[in-house]
Design a protein around this ligand. Structure first.
Ligand code: SAM
Length: 285
């Protein structure tokens, strides 16, 4: 079997920073990520940024279907060269941020699993894109920059807890699985990496009256981290119809002290606060 280094030499590949190309060289780590995905024979897997196909090959041996998405046309050719004889692998040339996960899920009549080693410059947009398609995705196992993973899995009252933690955890169970040393990649990145696994819930942690309102409320609550929650809410455009007393009364109704900072609220508390504010906003109009 070819090693990642053999593939880089054979195709004379020069990593392109524009697309965050850091290829996994360490076969032990590739195996560990693959194992973490717990791929079953009926699974349809979408791999983000398939690169030189090292994880793709493992996935192809285990899954019903692997759809490998890659943006770099040069790597797409190399992936075709390696996998065109492989009936359960499809190579898609394109940007994952424009990828329609629901079309694949609808076609195969199953939720898809998502795997990949994500370029650091698009980590957050990828997570929000996956959230948008969560009804078509069962879960994801992704390697991301360590700090991004810390933010996504963080609990309240922690400096890493913020908008991404609340928005993802409302809809998914998350786990940080393991760290990967920078020396496992070529070229060696300046940042450390971690693997995160996430399983989308059948229903959000709290049944939300309005998901868009919830996202905006969470963003407003963290607008100025050092400020009391009540002050962030007073400044929020989406709550401009509320008087100070209205806000205080809504907070009391869900047993949240407005003097707390947003970063101390649990995901459930954000959900409850969103629902009461949305309900009272509807009555105000
Ligand atoms: N999976 C390979 C590995 O582990 O060795 C490559 C990982 S590398 C960190 C990220 C890969 O994502 C690169 O192959 C890069 O070209 C690709 N990529 C970057 N931006 C992308 C995007 N928006 N959509 C799809 N692929 C992208």
């Amino acid at each position: 079997m070819s090693t990642p280094r053999d593939i880089l030499h054979r195709y004379n590949i020069h990593p392109n920073r524009k697309w965050g190309q850091c290829f996994l060289m360490d076969i032990g780590t590739i195996n560990k990520i693959f194992q973490a995905g717990k791929i079953l024979s009926g699974d349809v897997v979408i791999e983000i940024g398939a690169g030189i196909g090292v994880l793709t090959r493992q996935l192809a041996l285990a899954a019903q279907r692997v759809i490998a998405v890659e943006i770099d046309p040069h790597l797409v050719k190399i992936l075709h060269d390696q996998f065109d004889g492989c009936p359960n692998v499809e190579i898609i040339s394109g940007d994952i941020l424009k990828f329609d996960f629901s079309s694949i899920s609808d076609y195969y009549k199953t939720k898809v699993k998502v795997m990949g080693n994500i370029p650091y410059n698009i980590s957050s947009p990828v997570i929000f894109h996956l959230l948008d398609f969560r009804t078509s995705i069962s879960g994801f196992t992704l390697m991301l920059q360590k700090e991004v993973v810390q933010r996504l899995v963080s609990d309240p009252d922690n400096k890493n807890y913020g908008v991404p933690s609340v928005l993802l955890q409302m809809y998914a169970k998350v786990d940080r699985l393991f760290n990967v040393q920078a020396g496992s990649f070529f070229p060696v990145p300046k940042v450390e990496s971690s693997v995160i696994q996430s399983v989308f819930r059948e229903r959000p942690l709290v049944d939300l009256e309005d998901e868009t309102f919830f996202s905006r409320l969470v963003k407003a609550s963290f607008a100025q981290r050092r400020k009391m929650l009540i002050n962030n809410l007073k400044n929020a455009g989406l709550l401009k119809e509320f008087s100070d007393d209205d806000l205080k009364s809504a907070l009391d109704a869900v047993d949240i002290d407005g003097k707390r900072r947003g970063e101390t609220l649990s995901v459930e508390e954000f959900g409850n606060l969103s629902n009461i504010l949305k309900y009272r906003l509807t009555k105000l109009r």
